[in-house]
Design a protein around this ligand. Sequence first.
Ligand code: ADP
Ligand code: ZN
Length: 611
Amino acid sequence: MSHALDVLRSRFGYDEFRFQQQQIIDNLIEGRDALVLMPTGGGKSLCYQIPAILREGVGIVISPLIALMQDQVDALAQNGLSAAFLNSTQTQEQQQDVRRRLRNNDIDLLYVAPERALGDDFLQLLAECRIALFAIDEAHCVSQWGHDFRPDYRKLTRLHEQFPGVPRIALTATADQRTLGEIEQQLQLQDAQRFVHSFDRPNIFYRVTQGDNNRQRLWSFIQANHATDAGIVYCLSRKKVEETAKWLSDKGRLALPYHAGLDKHTRAEHQRMFLQQEGVIIVATIAFGMGIDKPDVRFVAHLNLPKNLESYYQETGRAGRDGEPANAWMAYGLQDIIMLRQMMAQSDADEQFKRVLQHKMEAMLGFCEQTGCRRQTLLAYFGEILPEPCGNCDNCVEPPQTWDATEAAQMALSCVYRTGQRFGVNYVIDVLMGNTRDRILQNQHDQLSTFGIGDLDQNEWRSLFRQLIALGYLYADIDNYGALRMTRECKQLLNGSMQLLLRKFEKPIRTVKPAATKASRELRAADTPLFEALRLHRKQLAQEQGVPPYVILHDKTLAAICEHRPDSVEALSLIPGIGERKLELYGDDLIRITLEHPVEDIADHSDSLPA
Ligand code: ADP
Ligand code: ZN
């Protein structure tokens, strides 16, 4: 057995390596550099943790996520490993202690923030130690195109210059080809072997819902699918965060706001509750999430359109890190598109930058409006081909209906034109529907040939306009009260040289079907009394040790105990996630609790069987 596999089994309690973990680890152990792109939850940490254990010296992990360091160190300690971090949250004494342990070669893994890693003090300290490797986590932070840009990341080559013999591994979960190239270049990793793992998160079900009344739709979705689960709801503004959190609280859920306008203490407290309690909903601006490693977030909902597919992928990726079924749900409507387009138009970035932003935004809108498999589109955006539709997204499960909207679109555009491109969506729809509002009469728009011309209802017109704007035929000018303007694209539509197929207006769904029926079935192991008993025990342990429950044991491990009912130390050692250390610490209690909860009677269906 290879040493790496031995460590995986004895220390981490897992049977086999996943994906390319083994190759990445071997590569590093042999002293070569690696660039790793793996989706969230893919298992990036082990790729540097195991080589750091097996190579002589300390593994230095550069991470921008200070809030996460404590958890990571605690989790390693649970597996009997010696880890530490150095950051600004520590007292002088604590830092002294870490330095002492480092000099004594008493630490396997040390986590530091980039600005700390680049300080002269720290480099001096490193010069006195043996270094096993440098791991640069969240490596996409070197990219100035991304929203996580950290200028310090660009200086990290200094480590390499000072310690040229130490192998490096850069890891990220979000990077398109361009960003990957940028990482390689900025970090001088041209000679590193690339390990690109599929971006697919097969356990996440993607759903984009169109229309208005987002909040009510959100509530139906949560009620139907996640009545007791933890989740994250993203909103664009602080105000909307506050309102939505209150609204969900009034409905009886524990929902906490999180945004940059809250004081530090409140934010930390809300984050703590989300991590340590079960079933908490966080309602947040995008300020929340970087560094949330909670494995059992069962849903991520967007009440606003994300800026681009990278953000969408990253934010939804916080769901289901444990590999269990999870939902990514979005509510999206006319206002979102208008706002996003407006933001683009107003940006004072240079032309090249604008073009990149524009391209990204079009891809985002395209994703929302498309009628084919969402996963195929999402993966294609990251340069990956999924040969077949996935069968685990809204469009695959309930293919949307399309209709020939050419004629209706011509009416709509013509009406925009005849009213002088001076009015917003609501006004134009009123004209199309023949509503005799005062303003319409004053403007004599009841005299137009497009007055009362169509036979669509209000919702159908709104849906049509949303798609016309999303597809770039119309542009809503916010500075002029959202006045609709036609773009050059309209020409082909108006002269009849093309056909326009659009998504049919969806009637608001009252109860969303459980997103993944398979998912719900799989989760049943978690409903047994044994699971509850194990969870309670885990909670006590977590409280005693002052760590989140998942640092002690993952839900997945508890579910495996429910399934396999280990009645001996040997049997328990086979459960994934239980290594030697946890066996020693918790084994007896876990077995005792399991024995106290014999298998429940399985519902008797024998009477329905043929005799
Ligand atoms: P990432 O950093 O890529 O988001 P993590 O390193 O946190 O992912 O790993 C995600 C989860 O998968 C963790 O619970 C980890 O223990 C588990 N894991 C990693 N590698 C394996 C493996 N080979 N077998 C089973 N579970 C694994
Ligand atoms: Zn699909």
